[in-house]
Ligand binder design. Structure first.
Ligand code: NAP
Ligand code: GLV
Ligand code: GLV
Length: 328
């Protein structure tokens, strides 16, 4: 039998994907729950055909150099691929893939959950019960915001943004505004949505939910200036990437209550540093990046990532290849 190509998987992932990989490759898996360091990653990547990476692994020219010319495919176990230098991979004709759609509903559910948590004080309420401070039914305590008929602003009307809009427009009869780089006539006719300039969305939405990828145009899109035009009762939810928000500016806005509350499934950096003051705010609910964390989504993602590398082995395009970056 001819020698099998090797793949390095940077963390334990669900077995369906690993079994698929094992039927085609020699599979090396990073065994620890914490990520390999840059040096460990580079050392394990030497001579591999493929890398199956996580969003916490920086995949840059140095790693591609360390892997050497055998490296033909990089399959990210995520839909977001801002951790990968796709331009550099392209230059070396290394295929890059991701896992779209499989996690859309799971992530949209977390966004909707964070909207409810932020609007209705879940965080303070849970802390109160745990601290044995629930003394009575309070006529005027923990009052929150209603959602029915309010205005929803989706930043980035892609797959996940559309799923959130369907749930919230369908369930809460919210009016829908959104931003994106291109028109979405399907959303306009299906959900009565309207694509508007960022400033209009921010100044008129009651709930703002972020669903753009992290790219040079979305880095710190939410900063002091953009926060300052939001309504004082606005809810801001981010399940996209932490880097879309300037966290210092968000901290100040939440503390001064110039917006009502925030819900974050993503931060910058991750994990949130121990001394981050965001953690102390009663009006900020933070989850440890669990958007895609359902059994079904993660199993499906593992299969998609494996199939991306198997296609490359067969000289075919990845079934879920990422789009070519625009040359700047
Ligand atoms: P997607 O379908 O590619 O959606 C991204 C959307 O962002 C697109 O509609 C795009 O507009 C829009 N966009 C990009 N740059 C923009 C800008 N400057 N201004 C306005 N809109 C902009 O991706 P998806 O599958 O919905 O995933 C979105 C992101 O969610 C991922 O990239 C990832 O970072 C994050 N994510 C997080 C979790 C989690 O666990 N929390 C799970 C999955 C995904 P066009 O359509 O016009 O190009
Ligand atoms: C998760 O954050 C993803 O991009 O899939
Ligand atoms: C609240 O629990 C009510 O019954 O109004």
């Amino acid at each position: 039998m001819s020698k099998r190509e090797r793949v390095f998987v940077t963390r334990q992932i669900p077995s369906p994907g690993i079994e698929l990989l094992r039927s085609h490759f020699e599979v090396d898996i990073w065994p620890d729950p914490l990520p390999p360091s840059r040096e460990q990653l580079q050392s394990r990547a030497q001579g591999v055909f493929g890398l199956l990476t996580l969003l916490s692994d920086p995949v840059d020219a140095a790693l591609m150099d360390a892997a050497g010319p055998s490296l033909r495919g990089i399959a990210n176990y995520a839909v977001g691929y801002n951790n990968i230098d796709v331009q550099e991979a392209n230059r070396r004709s290394i295929a890059v893939g991701n896992t779209p759609d499989a996690l859309t509903d799971a992530t949209a559910d977390i966004a909707v959950g964070l909207v409810l948590a932020a609007a209705r004080h879940f965080q303070e309420s849970i802390l109160q019960v745990r601290a044995l401070e629930w003394k009575t039914w309070e006529p005027m305590g923990l009052l929150g915001l209603d959602l029915k008929g309010k205005t929803l602003g989706i930043l980035g009307m892609g797959r996940i943004g559309a799923a959130v809009a369907r749930t919230m427009v369908g369930g809460w009869k919210m009016k829908l505004l959104y931003t994106s780089r291109t028109d979405k006539p399907q959303i306009d006719s299906e959900l009565g949505g309207r694509r508007v300039p960022l400033e209009e969305l921010l100044s008129t939405s009651d709930v703002i939910s972020i669903h753009t990828d992290l790219n040079p145009g979305t880095k710190h899109l939410i900063d002091r200036d953009t926060l300052s035009i939001m309504k004082s009762n606005a809810i801001l939810v981010n399940t996209a990437r932490g880097g879309v928000i300037d966290q210092e500016a968000l901290y100040d806005a939440l503390r001064a209550k110039t917006i009502f509350a925030a819900g974050l499934d993503v931060t910058d950096p991750e994990p949130l540093p121990n001394d981050s003051r965001l953690r102390e705010l009663p009006n900020c609910t933070i989850l440890p990046h669990i958007g895609s964390a359902t059994f079904v989504a993660r199993n499906t993602m593992s299969i998609m990532a494996a199939n991306n590398l198997i296609a490359t082995l067969h000289g075919q395009p990845m079934p879920h290849g990422v789009p070519m970056p625009k040359q700047s």
